[in-house]
Every structure is written in C-alpha cells, then in structure tokens.
Ligand binder design. Structure first.
Ligand code: NDP
Length: 309
C-alpha cells in the first residue's frame, strides 16, 4: 500500500509536529514479544508513512527504536530531518544537573545527534530507589531549557502535568512547554483540560488513545469496546475500523494520538486516517462515553508530592 503522510501542526516555538505518532511503550506487549519487535515496528511504521515516533528512557527500547530509524534511513525511505522523534526524562533524574546527561544517554541509545521533542515524563520526582525526592519540576525545567540551548532537542515539553502544574510552569519559565502528553480516549475525554492547554498554546498528545477498546488486563473494562454498536455504525459509514474511528475522533479534537502497535497491518491501519473526518455530532457522541476513568492512574505514586491525578 502507498504510504500515508500525516499533516502537521505548528508548535508554539515554530517547530512542526506530525499529528500521529507511533507508540512504543511496552505496557501492552505480549509475553513472548521481545524488544526486537520494536525495531521492526518502527521500520514498518516509517514505511507506512509515520514520521513521528514516541519513546521514553523508562520503556527500555530506545536502542531498538534507534535501530528501526537507522534501517529506514539506510533503505532510503526518509532522512533524519524528515522524522520527529520524542523521548522522555524519567522521574529519578529530575535534578537540574541530571537532565542534560540523561538526554545524552538517550541520544546515545537512539544513535541520534538530537531528538525533536524531550518531555518531563511525570511531574513526580523520585530517588533511584523510587522513594520521593524533594525536587520541584521548575528546577527540572531549567535543565530542559539547557538541553534545548545545547541543541540536544529541538523542542521541550511535559507529560502527565495537571492544570495547576501546567499553569505554574507556563507562568514561571523562560521557554514555554510546546506539548503536554496526557491520556485522552473515550472513557477519559478531558475536554476542559484539553481546551485549557490549547488556549495556553500547549498542544496535547493523546496517549492510550484506544482506552479500553481492546483487552486491558481488567475484568470490568468500561465501554466502548471493539464491537460497540455506536462505533461499528460509524465505522461502516466511513468504511473504516472502530480503532480508526477513535483515532480520527482525537484528530478531529485537535489532538496528536499515539497509537501503539507491533502488528504490521494495524500499524498501517492506524495512520490511514486522512481520507475522512467525523461530524461535530459524531465527536460529541463519542465524548459521551466519558467516565473520567484512566487506563494509567499511577496509583503507586498517589502519596508522592506532585502526584498529578
Ligand atoms: P494504546 O491505546 O495505543 O493501545 C495499544 C493496544 O491496542 C495494544 O494491545 C495493541 O495491540 C492494540 N491495537 C493497536 N492498534 C489497534 C487496532 N487498530 N485495532 C485493534 N487493536 C489495536 O495504548 P498504550 O497504553 O500503549 O498507549 C500508546 C502509547 O502512548 C504508548 O505506547 C506510549 O508510547 C504512550 N504512552 C505514554 C504515557 C506517558 O505517561 N506519557 C503512558 C502510556 C502510554 P497490537 O500491538 O497487537 O496491535
């Protein structure tokens, strides 16, 4: 199939980000699924037309992501400049002086000279034994600004910041965050918070975009599921799958979904989204599934300072 290129949106620093990113988090990996599949997935994704890949130091797969990128460049499918690579700083490296070295380590694993976007993964700071550390994310942000000035990353942003935290960061930083990467899907629509970020000039990347659509390891998964009649009717109308309907729902809300797949066909399916769009009424119908229920609640950190949820 011909590659499908996604449109871009302009960030508040002038850089442009493709509106669909391949997720490479390992949380939904099957038991027999080694990290080598990530290398193949990244290559398949770039062949299918993806230009944006989302990884993180904590995923333990930056090397495989870098190998997939190198494979695609060696095959002549893309140049480095045509790609947008996002990675993230983990919670145990929040001291200002740790930020630049942490990004340098990520770059070395990725075998890249720079990333396009570096994110503070969570507002929570920990020590290396995972106990709470007393470090303000405003201090961490100064390290992020240094990383940007050194050219190690083109843009800087955050993930999992709540409204109070993003407002405080925007009010107290020299360089504004370009993006907040948060969970958004039909069971956790976050409409007012998304609108708030967009009004601040902070674009929103939507992680766990499928919500509970496909099996999550919980018995009481809320709707919508893959065979939901409302989604199936929309899918039939547009000649798409229910997964594609949910990704298009996020794009039609101005978001940047991050679908994860390590399956070649589903990787291609998840970017084949630009020959249709939902009506405002259909967007509202999907938003009505909302229950403010998160896939990722990080409950283990609920008593830590700056727990965002
Ligand atoms: P997703 O919502 O992307 O769901 C992934 C699951 O959906 C996998 O089981 C996958 O299986 C399946 N799937 C993928 N495409 C389809 C399809 N078209 N039809 C049916 N099933 C499909 O979940 P994630 O939680 O992984 O989130 C996506 C990405 O977001 C992560 O990989 C990571 O990059 C990022 N993320 C960031 C977080 C943060 O704190 N910043 C937290 C969580 C995620 P298969 O692979 O077999 O196709």
């Amino acid at each position: 199939a011909a590659a499908v290129l996604s449109p871009c949106i302009e960030l508040n620093d002038g850089n442009k980000v493709p509106v669909v990113a391949l997720g490479t988090g390992r949380a939904t990996a099957k038991e027999d699924d080694t990290n080598d599949i990530v290398r193949d997935s990244v290559l398949w994704a770039i062949e299918a037309g993806y230009r944006h890949i989302d990884t993180a130091a904590i995923y333990g797969d930056e090397e495989e992501v870098g190998q997939g990128i190198a494979d695609a460049i060696a095959k002549g499918i893309v140049t480095r400049e045509q790609l947008f690579i996002t990675t993230k700083l983990w919670n145990d490296r929040h001291a200002r002086h740790q930020v630049v070295p942490s990004l340098q380590e990520s770059l070395s694993r990725l075998a890249l000279d720079y990333v396009d976007l570096y994110l503070i993964h969570f507002p929570i700071a920990t020590k290396s034994d995972d106990s709470p550390a007393d470090i303000d994310y405003l201090e961490t942000w100064e390290g992020m600004e240094e990383a940007r000035e050194l050219g190690l990353t083109r843009s800087i942003g955050v993930s999992n910041f709540n409204e109070t935290q993003i407002d405080r960061l925007v009010a107290n930083s020299r360089v504004k965050p370009v993006i907040n990467e948060i969970e958004v899907n039909p069971t956790n629509t976050q409409e007012s918070f998304v609108y708030h970020c967009q009004q601040l000039g902070v674009a929103v990347m939507a992680y766990s975009p499928f919500g509970f659509l496909v099996s999550r390891k919980i018995s009481d998964a809320p709707p919508p599921r893959y065979d939901d009649p409302i989604l199936v009717a929309m899918a039939q109308k547009y000649g798409k799958t229910t997964g594609q309907i949910l990704l298009r729902y996020l794009i039609d809300r101005g978001l940047i979904p991050i679908p994860k797949s390590t399956n070649k066909n589903r990787i291609a399916e998840n970017i084949d989204l630009f020959d249709f769009q939902l009506t405002a009424e259909e967007v509202a119908t999907i938003s009505a599934f909302n229950r403010n229920k998160r896939v990722i609640d990080m409950k283990a950190y609920k008593d830590y300072p700056n727990y965002p949820f």
